[in-house]
Design a protein around this ligand. Structure first.
Ligand SMILES: [Fe+2]
Ligand SMILES: [Fe+2]
Length: 206
């Protein structure tokens, strides 16, 4: 598997990410918990929706369809869990914000060229979003004051790490491993540059 997918205690380089989140982010997130929950809910909704789109787009890829079908259910389950947390706090779901992070990732996807290369970029986009979400959930699971929420985020962290691995496995199913690795390195570099350029905000997951 590439790169190391173990959940080490060291946040640096978690799942290959090149730029660790600023430790101050979790303090900001703790202050705007309602906004974080809303943003998180939509991240889960988008994960479910994108998996459905991938199944539609690559319906001839047996393994992809088989593996992503249960992920749709899982991500939608995540959405419902976050929604329940909002409801517990008497907070509405609220409006979806513009997702700068994901939009910037999509800009890096190759739009032309070989269809397999486009698929690779789509799978790697998902892998990167899972990795960064996992890293942020790890921060929350370690840094929030509330014990219940720390556990809550620990479960998400583990689940998204598994999805990261799955997206890479799918990429390696359909493309040569070396090609996947080379492109993944380019993506990791690009993702770090996005993170660097973005304003740190406590009201969103990314
Ligand atoms: Fe999720
Ligand atoms: Fe996920």
């Amino acid at each position: 598997m590439i790169p190391n997918s173990s959940l080490s205690n060291d946040v640096k380089n978690i799942l290959g990410l090149q730029l660790p989140t600023d430790p101050r982010w979790v303090d900001l997130a703790g202050i705007s918990l309602g906004a974080i929950l809303t943003d998180h809910a939509y991240c889960e909704q988008k994960a479910a929706t994108t998996c459905i789109s991938l199944i539609q787009r690559y319906s001839d890829r047996e393994k992809l369809v088989k593996e992503l079908a249960p992920v749709v259910t899982e991500e939608w389950g995540h959405f419902r869990m976050v929604l329940a947390e909002l409801q517990k706090r008497n907070l509405p779901l609220g409006k979806q914000r513009k997702d700068v992070y994901v939009n910037k990732l999509i800009e890096f996807q190759r739009k032309g060229g070989h269809p397999e290369d486009r698929m690779l970029d789509q799978l790697l986009t998902m892998a990167l979003i899972e990795a960064r979400s996992c890293e942020r959930f790890k921060r929350l699971s370690e840094g929030l004051d509330d014990t219940y929420l720390r556990h809550f985020y620990r479960r998400f962290m583990e689940s998204e790490a598994g999805h990261y691995t799955l997206f890479l496995e799918l990429a390696e199913t359909y493309l040569p491993k070396e090609k996947v690795r080379t492109r993944l390195m380019e993506w990791l570099e690009y993702e770090a540059a996005i993170m660097q350029s973005m304003e740190m905000r406590g009201d969103r997951i990314h």
